[in-house]
Design a protein around this ligand. Structure first.
Ligand SMILES: Cc1ncc(COP(=O)(O)O)c(C=O)c1O
Length: 498
């Protein structure tokens, strides 16, 4: 498909505006451009077709099943968009005085209260903008807490299981801690024997997601909590997998001291490709003094922003956090009401249904019921037919499905991590399972079909390493001649008021 610049023809316009009746602004000479920017010149129908064609090529959760493990790609209810676009929310200026923004403050306060209840911890900060920033904020709270107790120099280590999401070790390093790796045992739990030797007076805390990235609830969680708390260390809960346990069990009850939420996963919302996120954190009483400012507080019937936290770690994001994400999350949670646990129950049911349909064909490394997602291994296909998990993922695209997360967690060879979410119908799950089983049969009969997949997508196999390491994210004007030639002609055309 050609780029807009390649479709551009001098003098074409998608719209024409009347000449302004006010005099042109005087821009100081030294601030003026020497020549107008090279903007694409294109007619409206061509422009509309261009973007429609691009949209047609894009796959999203509104296009089809998107079982990207650990990402909770669920349906985004349209009512949330209606609510977030209410003028009182949409047009609110972040610096609006408190008296005139009571509705927004009340929504944030209520969201804080609900989140606190969901995880069983008393204090919430809505500020962090994503799960990963919640992680960093939580670790900075740990540092502030231990520094305050005079243990800052002593407690320098954070323990992380070998199944951890990549953001966990990255956050630990960014927060200035040393990373200590702990193994997974044969049932998919944290290996408690390995753990015991690694926790001591030097430990600041544990960072764990439960259920883990294997989609398994850690059966030793009480023992793990005991080990850390007896050593005077703190427990951090990575809430990316909260979709499995909402309304059923609470991280605060099984001993975690700090929790982050991924609002943009658990409570729907457009995300992926860098879309807006929200990563609030909830903490136990003793960590509350260090939370970011401002906090949203209630005084009688009024709501206000409280900056009076002398021990705060400061601000981690502009203003009060990603407000639009708060509105959508609040709407999503309130639409379930007290039945929120149904969300998690159906997510877990859907995942177990798919697991049951697939585990005889693809290997399940741990023979247990899963939570909201599960991990399979494609190593049998590789061993017997030379077909890799990457081939399976690419072939799934021909069947009209977004591939699951692959090659993660790292401890499962040829891993496929599948998360169906609660918003998918049984027919969709069956169609996906049928496709996975058909692909396994193809692997045995026509492996080359998988090797060359995808066959019916607009792009085939890409050089993913090059795309990641050397992305081309701008049009290289210097390599393309300006069809109109630089200079005066264009200058005049631009001034004519396109
Ligand atoms: C287990 C886990 N932890 C943390 C994160 C980071 O969350 P975010 O993408 O919101 O920064 C993710 C994201 O996929 C995750 O799956």
């Amino acid at each position: 498909m050609k780029l807009l610049y390649e479709k551009s023809r001098p003098g074409r316009r998608a719209s024409s505006l009347p000449r302004p009746e006010v005099p042109a602004a005087e821009v100081p000479e030294q601030l003026r451009r020497a020549s107008p920017p090279r903007l694409p010149e294109i007619s409206e129908p061509e422009l509309v077709r261009h973007f429609t064609a691009l949209a047609d090529r894009t796959f999203g959760v509104d296009t089809g099943f998107y079982p990207l493990g650990s990402c909770t790609m669920k349906h985004n209810p349209r009512v949330n968009e209606r609510v977030v676009n209410l003028p009182g929310f949409r047009d609110l200026h972040p610096l609006q005085e408190e008296d005139a923004s009571q509705g927004a403050l009340e929504l944030m306060w209520r969201l804080q209260e609900i989140l606190a209840e969901i995880v069983g911890l008393p204090s919430v900060s809505l500020q962090p903008a994503a799960g990963s920033q919640g992680e960093l904020t939580g670790l900075l709270l740990m540092r502030a807490y231990f520094a305050d107790r005079g243990e800052g120099d002593q407690r320098r280590e954070i323990v992380i299981p070998d199944t951890a999401h990549g953001t966990n070790p990255a956050s630990v390093t960014m927060a200035g801690y040393k990373l200590v790796d702990v193994k997974t045992d044969p049932r998919g739990n944290v290996d408690v024997d390995d753990l015991r030797g690694k926790v001591g007076p030097q430990t600041a805390g544990l960072m764990l997601t439960n259920p883990s990235t294997l989609g398994l609830f850690d059966e030793g969680i009480e023992e793990i909590t005991r080990i850390f708390h007896e050593a005077g260390a703190l427990m951090y809960y990575d809430g990316a997998n909260l979709n499995a346990i909402c309304g059923i069990s609470r991280p605060g009850d099984f001993g975690f001291d700090i929790v982050h939420f991924n609002l943009h996963k658990t409570f729907s919302q457009p995300h992926g490709g860098g879309g807006p996120g929200g990563g609030p954190i909830a903490v136990r009483e003793r960590l509350e003094p260090y939370l970011p400012v401002p906090a949203v507080v209630r005084e009688g019937e009024a709501f206000r922003l409280d900056y009076e936290r002398p021990k705060t770690i400061g601000k981690v994001r502009g203003f009060c956090g990603p407000f639009g994400v708060f509105v959508r999350s609040y709407a999503y949670i309130r639409s379930y009401g007290p039945a929120l646990r149904e969300m998690s129950e159906v997510a877990v049911l859907n995942a177990n249904y798919l697991l049951a349909r697939l585990k005889d064909t693809y290997e399940a490394p741990f023979d247990r019921l899963c939570m909201h997602e599960f991990v399979l291994s494609g190593r049998k296909l590789k061993r017997e037919h030379g077909v890799t998990t990457l081939d399976v993922a690419k072939r799934l695209m021909d069947y009209g499905f977004h591939p699951p997360t692959i090659y993660f967690p790292l401890i499962v060879p040829e891993a496929l991590m599948i998360e169906p979410t609660e918003t998918e119908a049984k027919e969709t799950l069956d169609a996906f399972a049928d496709a996975m089983l058909a692909i396994a049969r193809e692997a045995a009969g026509q492996p080359e079909l998988l090797k060359d997949a995808p066959h019916v997508r607009p792009v085939k196999r890409l050089d993913e390493v090059r795309a990641a390491k050397r992305p081309v994210v701008r049009y290289r004007f210097e390599q393309h001649e300006d069809p109109q030639g630089a200079g005066e002609a264009r200058q005049l055309e631009a001034q004519k008021g396109a």
